[in-house]
Design a protein around this ligand. Sequence first.
Ligand code: T1G
Length: 713
Amino acid sequence: MAPPPGAALTWELVDGGVAVVTFDLKGEPVNKISRAVKQDVQATFEALEQDPSVKAIAFFSGKADTFIAGADIEEFVALATAAEAERLSAEGQALLERVARFPKPVAAGIHGACLGGGLEFALACRYRVASDHPRTQLGLPEVQLGLLPGAGGCQRLPRLIGARAALDIILAGKVERAQKAFRLGIVDELVPHAILKDITIAAAQRMAGGWQPRRRRPGGFTGWLLDGNPLGRRLVFRAARKQVLAQTRGNYPAPLAALEAVEFGLKHGMAAGLKREAELFGQLAVTDVSRKLVQIFFATTALKKDFGIPNPPPPATVHRLGVVGAGFMGAGIAGTAIAQGGVDVRMKDADLPRVTKGLATAREILDDRLKRRRITKYEHARLVALLSGSDTYTGFGRAELVIEAVFEDLQVKQQVLREVESASGPETVFASNTSTIPIRRIAEAGGRPEHVIGMHFFSPVARMPLVEVIPSTRTLPAVVSTTVAFGRRMGKTPIVVKDSPGFWINRILTPYMNEAGQLLVEGVAIEELDRLMVEFGFPVGPITLMDEVGLDVGEKVIGVMHEAYGERFAPVPAFAGMVKSGRFGRKAGKGFYQYAGGKKGGVDPAVYEVIGAQPNGGPRPAEIIQRLVLVMLNEAARAAGEGIVRSPRDGDVGAIFGFGFPPFRGGPLRHADDLGAARIVGELERLADRYGARFAPSDALRDLAQRNTKFYP
Ligand code: T1G
């Protein structure tokens, strides 16, 4: 019975009675499992069961780089009730139960992304072959969407690879490379892409002939000791619950629910586990946390295609990158550009000792990837060979892009621009990693301002996902698209922001950091400040962040912001004392906290002397949080009102990726919408009366309050 035209699944019979099924969702860049696709799968497996010539199935994707990207996330957005969501999960479970119990063996040939419901489908198959291609990634990222694997993943993965290994993937929403998935036992064979089809069909033919796959015990003896018996498993679950609570601080319900679905299933059996899994999926799918995380997913995928300007010209390809400044940021940019982009990098600094140190730091990024088996020895050697440096601009002539990461000083940056212009070609793009200085001010010192742009990375570059791209009013559109494209090639999420002091991130972060300084002076203890903001959802508190960024860098940033925006950015005396006393933070081995051998210790009690305050209390916790959050939201509204970011989406993704604004709150502008502009204005007025004009509500917020509208209408 031939499938209806346009169906997502098609099949043909090959030797040995194997039906080769191809899943290719027409008109879609990726395969995803929607309700319509479930019907297609149902109908196809019905036909395969009825057809006596079919002895076994080999299942493949017709897409170039994705096997199956999971359930259709867009269908979740439309879910109104937990019961409806539970039904959706149960339908998915029933379909995969049919595949798992299918009377004819099913082998899956996996190339590309095999995620969420896509991996759950593969887990329901009797045999899995994967290509050893870098694009082949397998995982259950559901908790990143505030959900759990709701099509049997919480039941089948632990039974296949053991509870501990499965929890390691499910609770963190991990995606593993094919090599790791093979080592864990998620896939049975790992083969070059070119022979994936043949090997998978051969496996199906063998199974049609009665051969049964034999799998080794997951996790060996330790696996048996911990996963293989109820007592061991109780220890595993207790440790996992403790770790999840420590990481989520109760702000993300999905990992705990997933843990329960796994534990319940192993305790009460598959059927009971599936039922509990669907119930928990239903409850999670309608939570505000999941809604926010799904919104962030679609915002980031949309940003993957957005060049930040209308009608973007095609970007130039960068074959050689020049990096001026071999300090921590410059080396991070160089190492990440090679590790992620595979581009040839030439570093330059004032003298050879600095260059040598920078090359070593950049190389550490590659060594780390080898150590964590993210690259092979061969790939490591090939990438290391792409890195070179000197104390002259030799080799910069061939660079299509030069990123400057020198000291945060206008004159120094202007001097470097002039030097790079004379050492490089007429089309070379000059991108400054300045975090605050307006690009037009740097560009005005050169001869080709239309080729100058800002490219602001965050520390540590290898790990922080955001890059702010800042064109001046004179920057050519082709320079913008080239810079955005290169940021993506480095594995970053670029947002294009307006050229103004502090751009977006430092513009909204500085008032928050300043307010933390004010609260210190008023007697709030350092630990208390950091604890409250971590509980609010930030990865670290403002004082720890100040130590990470560096008090000296902070002082530079505040200086530029105060000059540009006036009193509401007035420097806090507490911080100036720190810089004078050489307490720059982690890099100086001392800041607000103590550091021994690079490891962070407790608060340094001597620091209170330096900042001229004693931790004797200060405002109550709720007011502390309110002052820190509202001063940021107020500035974010003001900056968004000035068009510093092109959309609330860019602003929120920027804040989440740039300094870890709590994702479950959706970002500062989404959070402002939840609080309501009128309420925020009221609270700000109260704070302004009490603490000063820095809390005066911005016109943008007053306007939203008046019109009773939101950033996301
Ligand atoms: N549902 C809906 N749309 C999806 C999608 C999905 N699962 N995956 C991708 N898209 C869209 C995306 O929005 C974009 O749309 C286009 O496809 C190309 O994506 C029951 C509950 C697969 C690695 O979390 O990680 O299964 O912008 O630009 O860079 O247990 O997309 O073109 O209109 O990102 O090559 C779990 C999500 C779902 C994986 C491809 N799955 N996707 O990356 O392309 S929950 C995920 C990705 C689930 C079950 C549960 C990536 C990718 P548009 P793209 P890419």
